[in-house]
Design a protein around this ligand. Structure first.
Ligand code: GLN
Length: 199
């Protein structure tokens, strides 16, 4: 069976574990470096990227996860997880670390200047079935992407229309919104398929 870990330092770990369990894989929390050994993919949950990055350093997970990413392990980050995958973070804390996966610049709390949370339709290239009912909570957006990054989705309407909120670079996937909170399993299923392809 396919084993997918959820980084369980802070954030909405439980919601990702259940979305994965409903997607027919073995899902387990990851808190210690040893627990990375037998997972085929990893989810970085929503939460607070500064807290997660500090705990990752404390628990000795920063470098081991960077190494698994460099070795090609598929990783999906939602919201704070997107920030943790970005090579460049605007409005981050000075001591905020990243797993350095996707060549992109994200702005933390980008929408939050006007409003803390909101919902908007987002169409994701590669995923059929109509727009996502995307939930954004103090979410980042992507300001710039490197040449190898595919933009998969943008906000479709409203004040933030056109903002990049879903990207993929090789085996790395990130969304600024939280599909784990809405019961729509299509992003998790898409990620599970990425993990299967990489086995
Ligand atoms: N604002 C949070 C951060 O900067 C992300 C919020 C979220 O994951 N819902 O890490």
């Amino acid at each position: 069976a396919v084993n997918i870990g959820v980084l369980a330092l802070q954030g909405d770990v439980r919601e990702h574990l259940s979305a994965l369990a409903e997607s027919d894989v073995l899902a387990r929390p990851v808190r210690r470096p040893e627990e990375l050994a037998d997972i085929d993919g990893l989810v970085l949950p929503g939460g607070e990227s500064t807290a997660i990055s500090k705990l990752a350093v404390t628990f000795g997970l920063l470098d081991p996860i960077r190494k698994r990413i460099a070795d090609g392990m598929p990783v999906y980050g939602s919201c704070a997880g997107m920030i943790l995958l970005a090579t460049d973070v605007l409005d981050g804390r000075p001591d905020q670390e990243s797993f350095q996966g996707i060549e992109m610049t994200v702005r933390r709390n980008a929408f939050g200047r006007q409003v803390d949370s909101f919902e908007a339709p987002v169409v994701i290239d590669d995923i059929d079935g109509g727009p996502f009912h995307a939930v954004f909570i103090r979410a980042p957006w992507v300001e710039e992407v490197g040449g190898d990054v595919r933009v998969l989705g943008r906000v479709a309407e409203g004040a933030a229309a056109g903002r990049i909120v879903a990207v993929r670079q090789g085996n790395l996937l990130a969304t600024a919104f939280h599909p784990e909170l809405t019961g729509d399993l299509r992003v998790h299923r898409y990620f599970v398929e990425m993990v299967r392809q990489a086995l």
